[in-house]
Design a binder for this molecule. Structure first.
Ligand SMILES: NC(=O)c1ccc[n+]([C@@H]2O[C@H](COP(=O)([O-])OP(=O)(O)OC[C@H]3O[C@@H](n4cnc5c(N)ncnc54)[C@H](O)[C@@H]3O)[C@@H](O)[C@H]2O)c1
Length: 259
């Protein structure tokens, strides 16, 4: 499969979890992949693992909550590969807190990474896409952005914001031949879900691992998702097969949410 041959992709949060699976799938589809992450060593490891693929990879140290770090990371990719065609705004963080335990600091951090990170990484990459005559942005929201959940007020609201940002940017950038879509995963087995499970264990007084089993069996398709289940539609959205699709949020959740 060489649907992304000749393309340069920047994947934020690419070091592990869903982001790593996207990096692997994009490189296998022929793209050159910049693995951008806070976790520098893991990003290097992921980029090294792409060496045998068609596209290959490079690691980029990037904190999407820090505009100067975004600028430096994007500049490094442009210098190495001449520009960027595809941006995957996958980096995200999760935290649970009931209304009496929400802190301003945590509120700010989740908004800085999940919302500002999405907007300002897009802002940094769009000039390069315009120069190249077009591009594709895939943002990461969640089923949590489709509906609120108790004790997850802040995370859910950041992901609802990403759906709205996707729609506005898609309309604004359509004339530049830049398509903007989002993916809303359901429950995907990644390091983030280990944290989610541990927090539910505390809030719902459950043994560790139980919440994970419960959410897996509740999925209509009967299991938690694997990161590769999300990477495949992410290849599709970045490819020319999706040339007439923009402003959409695609649910990749085994049937959890219908819209
Ligand atoms: N796993 C799920 O069930 C699930 C469900 C819905 C949505 N999502 C979303 O999918 C995306 C990926 O989730 P995941 O489960 O792979 O998470 P993960 O925690 O396993 O991986 C996230 C990656 O993002 C990186 N990251 C975090 N903050 C960053 C920052 N400021 N700058 C750069 N990189 C940063 C982390 O270092 C990590 O490599 C996130 O946006 C998440 O909200 C995940």
């Amino acid at each position: 499969m060489t649907k992304l041959e000749g393309k340069v992709a920047l994947v934020t949060g690419g070091a592990r979890g869903i982001g790593r699976a996207i990096c692997e799938a994009y490189a296998a589809a022929g793209a050159k992949v910049a693995v951008a992450d806070l976790l520098e060593e893991d990003a290097k490891e992921t980029a090294t693992a792409l060496a045998g693929t068609i596209g290959g990879g490079m690691a980029v140290a990037m904190d999407v909550a820090d505009p100067s770090s975004i600028t430096a990371g994007v500049a490094a990719v442009e210098e190495a590969w001449g520009g960027i065609d595809i941006l995957v705004n996958n980096a995200g963080i999760f935290n649970m807190a009931s209304i009496d335990r929400i802190t301003f600091e945590d509120y700010r951090r989740q908004y800085d990474v999940n919302v500002a990170g999405t907007v300002f990484t897009a802002q940094a990459v769009v000039p390069s896409m315009r120069k190249r005559g077009g591009g594709v942005i895939v943002n990461f929201t969640s089923q949590a952005g489709r509906r609120g959940e108790p004790n997850i007020t802040i995370y859910c609201s950041t992901k609802a914001a990403v759906i709205s940002i996707t729609q506005s940017l898609a309309l604004e950038l359509a004339g530049d031949n830049i398509r903007v879509n989002a993916i809303a995963p359901g429950v995907i087995d990644t390091p983030m879900w280990d944290l989610v499970d541990a927090q539910f264990a505390e809030y719902e007084n459950k043994p560790k691992g139980q919440k994970k089993r419960e959410v897996g069996t509740a999925v209509p398709l009967g299991r938690m998702g694997d990161p590769r289940d999300v990477a495949a539609p992410c290849v599709f959205l970045a490819s020319d097969d999706a040339r007439y699709i923009t402003a959409q949020t695609l649910n990749v959740d085994g049937g959890n949410w219908m819209s």
